[in-house]
Design a protein around this ligand. Structure first.
Ligand code: M6R
Length: 615
């Protein structure tokens, strides 16, 4: 979703801003723009539809001077993608420029008032309303830009991260946030701002995560000042060390980030598991659980909230917690949970799962859960993101930055952490026997090597993908632990190849979707040798007898399915509860190669954003 970059210092701002925008491309966007203030106090704005490369072409005509600037990648919410709707937006007099991530809910009311005061609007965006409001306040109350921004934000309802510059003041950059992320990078005589830390890496490792309802004044050669938006009092400044390297943000020899991330899974799972399985796989340690033993011992119910792929991981988590902790578990889409009047109390644990830690619906869901007295636990990838900062405790999945929009290594990291959590809480509550704990923990410990074996199907899946590249519809079927795997496989295909795909519990197929099956509708069946294997065989027979082609994901050496299915992909044998981890590998590869065969941009699929920071 929208990305913000800003710079004030001694270098040419334009170069830093363009590089920063390129690092934010993965978030998803449809237009981009930059505003520069040169040392003489001239404001220049360049904007363009499409990629950052288009912006560079447009901006090449210059001017590009100035060591202060703000820039933006826009993901359209109010108004279609266009040059006019792209950010930065400039106030009527041309004095103030602003970039914004989020949505201003009361923009129509504010716009009406501004029109009555003679303001004219060039774009259809909510953002232009904010920049005009700031100018109106500044001119009518003759106050500083900081006061005008603060006053305007007090009138705004909605979510925002903003950066503002003024043409007559080349020494001043103002930023603020509410429910939308913003990171400040503190350099030596220079300051960077960005929606996430990726544009800052390589310049400084000192960062400040701006909190909700804070406004920061970044003056040239002066320390960062942060104030509370509500009472204007100085906030405590907490400078943290950024643990991200440039190498983690590069493709490392792969054609795409997605392929790199698929192949990275053995090492990301190694990082995810490090130090968490101990005593010869007889004990699992998650510090978030250890520090809150009472909460986990006394809990009467766990509710998992998440969106998208993270929600699929949550469905697997539900089975793991039911099996190993023997307690009631619910799974909710965060977007439904937040408006569903959930009945919660202090005996409830709400676990949020999010790769980015910035998903607006998930953030709102956990805020609601906390208000209702539940203990909120976060499973997140991005260190320091909003969700881990708004939970009572939690666990990072530690799989490194995920740049491809289609989630792969984060999914396997989430499932791994959910398995660890279920084992550790199950042990704490006396709900799991030592033999089962040891068996699952040992297999999990070996998972990096197992995934390495699973990845050996790469060439075979690539070949298979050519047969199905031009199918218009796909059905993904699974049962038990692998019903969510089927959902996830279908989502991967949809997201990057734009082929319609439905994930379904295999046995439910006969209650409706079976009507769709014909020789043009392939089905991908996730059928490892587990407790439901015999059942799924008959589901496959139902597909076959209606002329549908079947690709089956089976455990190594399983003969029965290979006699029925048209194509079989073998995965290493693991305990049933861990089959989603290995089965998801060929599904990721299948989606990837079909999309590549179709010439799609797998890392930045159309209309999608990596962090969905608006409702
Ligand atoms: O960052 P989150 O895990 O909260 O994101 C949730 C979804 O937006 C995300 O999983 C989305 O569905 C991915 N594009 C899936 O590949």
């Amino acid at each position: 979703m929208c990305g913000i970059v800003g710079y004030i210092g001694s270098q040419r701002a334009y170069d830093i801003l363009i590089q920063g925008l390129k690092r934010l491309e993965y978030r998803g966007y449809d237009s981009a723009g930059v505003a520069l203030v040169d040392d003489a106090g001239h404001l220049t704005v360049h904007k363009s539809m499409g990629k950052v490369a288009n912006l560079e072409q447009v901006a090449a005509a210059g001017p590009l001077d100035g060591s202060l600037g703000i820039a933006h990648t826009r993901w359209a919410t109010h108004g279609e993608p266009s040059d006019l709707n792209a950010h930065p937006h400039v106030s009527q007099s041309g004095m103030i420029a602003l970039v914004h991530n989020g949505t201003i809910e009361n923009y129509a009311v504010l716009k009406k008032v501004l029109i009555e005061h003679g303001y004219e609007f060039k774009s259809e965006t909510d953002t232009e309303v904010l920049v005009q409001l700031i100018e109106y306040i500044k001119l009518t109350s003759s106050c500083s830009l900081l006061d005008a921004v603060r006053e305007a934000l007090l009138q705004v309802e909605g979510a925002y991260a903003i950066a503002v510059v003024e043409q007559n003041d080349p020494d001043n950059l103002i930023v603020a946030r509410k429910s939308s992320p913003l990171v400040i990078g503190v350099g030596d005589g220079e300051t960077f701002i960005a929606s996430d830390a990726t544009p800052i890496v390589g310049y400084t490792d000192k960062v400040i995560y701006l909190k909700d309802n804070e406004i920061a004044l970044l003056r040239r050669n002066e320390p960062v000042q942060i104030l509370s938006l509500t009472d204007n009092k100085p906030s405590t400044i907490n400078i943290q060390k950024l643990r991200l390297s440039l190498a983690q943000l590069e493709k490392g020899g792969y054609d795409t980030f997605m392929l790199k991330e698929i192949f990275e899974q053995p090492s990301t799972l190694r990082d995810c598991l490090r130090g968490r399985i101990v005593d010869k796989a007889n004990r699992v340690v998650l510090s978030g659980v250890e520090l809150n033993k009472d909460k986990f011992l006394n809990a009467e119910r766990i509710t998992l909230v998440a969106c998208g792929t993270s929600w699929h991981a949550a469905l697997i988590g539900k089975r793991l917690i039911q099996d190993f902790c023997k307690m009631p578990v619910e799974v909710e889409y965060a977007s439904e949970f937040r408006y569903g009047n959930p009945v919660l109390n202090e005996k409830d644990i709400v676990i949020s799962i999010s790769q980015s830690g910035e998903t607006a619906d998930t953030l709102a869901a956990i805020q609601l859960a906390r208000e209702k007295g539940a203990f909120v636990y976060g499973i997140c990838n991005v260190v320091g993101a909003s969700i881990p900062r708004n939970t009572d405790s939690g666990t990072y999945i530690h799989v490194g930055p995920e740049i491809g929009v289609a989630s792969t290594k984060a999914f396997t990291g989430q499932v791994t952490v959910l398995t660890l959590l279920a084992l550790s809480v199950g042990h704490l509550r006396g709900a799991i026997d030592q033999k089962t704990l040891h068996e699952v923990a040992s297999a999990l410990e070996k998972m990096p090597a197992t995934i390495e074996k699973a990845l050996k199907v790469d060439a075979e899946v690539q070949k298979l993908s050519r047969i199905f590249t031009y199918a218009h519809n796909f059905l993904y079927l699974g049962r038990g632990y692998n019903y969510p795997t089927a959902l996830e496989g279908a989502l991967k295909l949809k997201e990057i190849s734009y082929i319609h795909a439905e994930g379904y519990p295999a046995a439910e197929m006969k209650h409706g979707p079976i009507a769709l099956i014909d020789h043009e509708m392939p089905s991908v069946i996730i059928a490892p040798s587990d407790s439901l294997y015999d059942k799924i065989i008959s589901n496959v027979q139902q597909v076959k007898s209606r002329g549908g082609a079947v690709v089956a994901i089976i455990s190594k050496g399983n003969k029965a399915m290979s006699e029925i299915a048209d194509f079989c992909i073998e995965i290493p044998e693991v305990p049933e509860c861990l089959t989603p981890l290995v089965a998801s590998i060929p599904l990721q590869l299948l989606a990837y190669y079909i999309a590549v065969n179709k010439g799609k941009d797998v890392d930045q699929p159309r209309n999608l954003a990596k962090s969905v920071t608006v409702e």
